[in-house]
Design a protein around this ligand. Structure first.
Ligand SMILES: CC(=O)SCCNC(=O)CCNC(=O)[C@H](O)C(C)(C)COP(=O)(O)OP(=O)(O)OC[C@H]1O[C@@H](n2cnc3c(N)ncnc32)[C@H](O)[C@@H]1OP(=O)(O)O
Ligand SMILES: O=C([O-])CC(=O)C(=O)O
Length: 380
């Protein structure tokens, strides 16, 4: 069970920066809740679209509401020609998170949110639904064009966002296991209170900016290796090791050299991240499915060494690395999948901020020079 840790010090740790009804992190016994539901319960019993609906619209949908929501999202999967042209110009070696950032921003140019009456945002839900539907299309359109020269069809009839993503990426519909894992993964990543990227979105929203600006800013914040980028960084690390023994030796060396190990530790949780045991179990199933005898044992040994040596635990990102890898997803697309999911949390926070807004503007402790006069340029 995750417990709260002593929260103080730099990085605004432990400071209440606002109110939310969307989620709790590390405060209730169950560790992580979305609108009062335990994330484990949601991951076991729901599809991602149900959870997206819960986060964005405030309640779990009934069957008719879910069907209508999924159909609406399906109809919004296509990309405007001007956006496709932009994606076609982005080089193969671009960072996929930069592609997401540009894709989101370009969509905001082509389908601007109506902000004409200050403080009123009548299209915020429609713009959000559009982004939820279009983000998988954006990343896959760019990836398939830049890597395979294929202009992929983004208007698929796949039932779920996860299946739609895998279908565009691989050119064929995924099997049931892979679709289920995508659902679970997207649920686990969907919302997490005032994490860095969500806070970024809220700061932007507090200026009464448009929703595409808020989401674009959040994508930039999620890109870093201390946040969403950790799933890719974890993969880059574990794929080098061919046995659990080698992983242990290398991990010990890293710890001796005081290197940060990606996919471990958390700003809020102190003993475990409740998302880890869920994605770890799916990673184990996928390992059995592909007959893996290396990557999963390597990952498990990393987890054991970090706990034994440092009492540091895997966060949501660590076993996502092996799980995605077993599904044949290229490492560089790991963090964009996080975006496809967290978009729901970001947008819900933007709406929550807008509904009860005061511009976010903290103060700083000044550590610079005392007041002084400008020396004329010739004398400097
Ligand atoms: C979905 C997500 O965004 S989850 C987070 C993903 N990020 C990562 O996996 C990156 C690796 N982890 C980290 O960098 C950190 O644990 C963070 C950024 C997640 C949290 O940072 P903080 O809140 O500052 O961590 P915390 O206060 O618990 O750190 C305590 C000590 O453990 C160390 N530590 C924390 N995480 C790690 C790690 N992954 N590897 C090695 N040492 C670590 C810190 O350096 C610190 O040591 P110090 O006191 O000697 O400076
Ligand atoms: O809450 C955090 O600081 C980081 C995190 O786990 C998330 O955003 O999912």
């Amino acid at each position: 069970m995750a417990e709260g840790k002593k929260l103080e010090g730099a990085g605004l740790r432990g400071q209440v920066a606002g109110k939310t009804a969307l989620s709790t992190v590390g405060v209730s016994g169950s560790g992580l809740t979305y609108r009062g539901y335990d994330v484990k319960d949601l991951a076991e019993n729901c599809e991602f679209e149900e959870v997206a609906y819960l986060i964005l619209k405030g309640k779990l949908p009934n069957q008719a509401e879910l069907d209508a929501y999924k159909n609406q999202l399906k109809r919004m999967r296509g990309l405007p020609a001007a956006l496709k042209e932009v994606l076609e110009r982005i080089p193969k070696d671009a960072h996929p998170m930069d592609v997401m950032r540009t894709g989101c921003s370009m969509l905001g140019n082509l389908e601007q949110e109506d902000t004409s009456v200050m403080g009123e945002f009548p299209q915020e839900m429609e713009c959000t639904d559009r982004m939820v539907a279009a983000f998988p299309s954006i990343i896959c359109y760019w990836y398939r064009y830049s890597h395979d020269g294929v202009k992929v069809e983004t208007e698929t009839d796949d039932d779920s966002i996860g299946a739609h993503f895998l279908h565009m990426l691989r050119g064929e519909k995924p099997n049931e296991l892979h679709e289920r894992v995508m659902n679970v993964s997207l649920i686990l990543y969907a919302e997490h209170e005032f994490n860095a990227s969500t806070f970024t979105a809220r700061v932007c929203a507090s200026t009464l900016s448009d929703i595409h600006s808020c989401i674009t800013a959040a994508i930039g914040s999620l890109r870093g290796p201390l946040h969403g980028g950790a799933n890719e960084a974890a993969m880059d690390m574990i794929e080098n090791w061919t046995s659990a023994e080698e992983a242990e030796r290398e991990m010990m060396g890293k710890l001796e050299r005081k290197e940060k190990i990606m996919g471990f530790g958390h700003a809020i949780y102190s003993t475990s991240d409740p998302r880890n045991e869920i994605i770890k179990a799916w990673s184990e199933k996928l390992a059995a499915d592909v007959g893996d005898t290396t990557l999963y044992p390597v990952s498990v040994r990393c987890e054991e060494v970090m706990w034994r040596e440092k009492k540091l635990f895997c966060n949501a990102d660590f076993f996502h690395a092996s799980a995605y890898h077993f599904m044949g997803i290229p490492t560089k697309l790991f963090t964009p999948i996080f975006v496809m999911s967290r978009l729901t949390g970001w947008a819900a926070h933007v709406m929550e901020q807008r509904a009860d807004n005061r511009i976010i503007r903290p103060s700083a402790e000044y550590t610079g020079e005392d007041l002084r006069k400008v020396t004329p340029i010739a004398q400097r």
